[in-house]
Each structure stands twice: as structure tokens, then as C-alpha cells.
Design a protein around this ligand. Structure first.
Ligand SMILES: Cc1cc2nc3c(=O)[nH]c(=O)nc-3n(C[C@H](O)[C@H](O)[C@H](O)COP(=O)(O)O)c2cc1C
Length: 180
């Protein structure tokens, strides 16, 4: 799958098959995180692969995160705030988006989850003090049952129009591709 195809195809998946994620695919997804850029190449990230059902049930207790108990894998993205105080969140987010796109290319579904109690996650997964929890990522095969609502939302792509989010040369000046 081409990169742009993966960008277009990706959508947040909130219903998963119980089928485990094959080891080779999981390794490739983690490798995509490892290869991400980071400020000063500090690589202030650490990713915890959670498959244990009890742990996923606990993570799923947060609002808007119920599907984490269903996703066979949850990847918890942590950032070392001491190693890179200014950029750890950006660096971890870039690495996680690398994983999202690689997972899409592998036929897997993902969903970013920002809804979590950091202290609970820290305690549950024994995360050291200097690491902050940046985001959780659900990973698995999308449930086969027809997800009409999800597909419809994806088809509509509720996104701001390009002219609303892009300027040319200065903020607010309309961008027209023909001028470049
Ligand atoms: C930082 C971040 C946090 C998010 N947190 C949650 C969440 O806690 N629960 C959830 O169901 N979706 C969450 N999402 C997914 C967004 O709701 C979703 O990306 C957005 O509605 C656009 O839909 P799409 O991803 O299908 O294109 C999060 C996305 C991001 C980037």
C-alpha cells in the first residue's frame, strides 16, 4: 500500500476481532516507531505492548476507551520527559503515527486513545517516574460485522476544508496550488 493510500484508508477502529496480531506484523509496526524522527535524535520513547486481558480491561475503564478490552493489543506510548522536556510528546506522537500507518498497510486497525488516568496507567504498568504516558493505541483486526456508522463517517470525512487550514506566505493569505 502506498503511503498516501494508507493515509486515506486509515480511520479509527473501535471494534475488533479477537484474532491475535501476528508477531511479524507487530514487530514491523514497532520497527516503524523505532525509525521515527525525534528532536536531536534523543528517541525519548518507550512503548509497552499490552496483551494481558486483565490489564486491558483496566485500561478500558476510562471513558471512551471501552474497546481497549476487545483490541488484542494495546500499545502504551511513553515519553521520557527528563531526556527531552520540550519535545517528548511530539516525538512519541510521531512514532505512534508511524505505527498507525504501518498497521493500516498491514491490514490492521488502530485507534488513538487519549482518555486514560495517567497515574492508574503508571501504576498498572510500572512506568518509571521520568516517563509520561502520551497516548494509548488500540491495535487489531477490525471486526468484520458491518460497521455502517464508522464507514459512513469515514466516507464523509468530517475534516476542515484545505483553504481553512492552509495559508500561503503569510497567515490568512489563501493558498492556491497553481501559484507555487
Ligand atoms: C490524541 C488523540 C486522542 C484520541 N483519544 C480518543 C479516545 O480517547 N477515544 C476514542 O474513541 N477516540 C480517540 N481518538 C480518535 C479521534 O476521535 C478520531 O481520530 C477523530 O474522531 C477522527 O476520526 P478518524 O480517526 O476515524 O479519522 C483520539 C485521537 C487522537 C489523535
Amino acid at each position: 500500500m502506498e503511503v498516501f493510500e494508507a493515509v486515506q484508508a486509515r480511520r479509527s477502529i473501535r471494534a475488533y476481532e479477537p484474532t491475535p496480531v501476528p508477531k511479524e506484523k507487530l514487530e514491523r509496526i514497532l520497527e516503524a516507531a523505532r525509525l521515527a524522527p525525534s528532536a536531536e535524535n534523543i528517541q525519548p520513547w518507550h512503548f509497552i505492548v499490552v496483551t494481558d486481558h486483565e490489564k486491558r480491561v483496566k485500561l478500558a475503564k476510562a471513558p471512551f476507551a471501552g474497546f481497549l478490552k476487545e483490541a488484542p493489543v494495546v500499545i502504551v506510548g511513553c515519553g521520557d520527559q527528563k531526556a527531552s522536556p520540550k519535545w517528548f510528546m511530539v516525538d512519541v506522537a510521531i512514532a505512534m503515527q508511524n505505527m498507525v500507518l504501518t498497521a493500516t498497510g498491514e491490514g490492521l486497525g488502530t485507534c488513538w486513545v487519549g482518555s486514560f488516568d495517567e497515574n492508574q496507567v503508571r501504576e498498572l504498568l510500572k512506568i518509571p517516574e521520568n516517563y509520561r504516558v502520551v497516548a494509548l493505541l488500540a491495535l487489531g483486526y477490525p471486526r468484520k460485522k458491518i460497521d455502517i456508522q464508522g464507514k459512513l463517517l469515514h466516507a464523509i470525512r468530517r475534516r476542515k476544508k484545505l483553504e481553512k487550514i492552509v495559508s500561503f506566505e503569510e497567515f490568512g493569505r489563501p493558498f492556491r496550488a497553481t501559484e507555487t
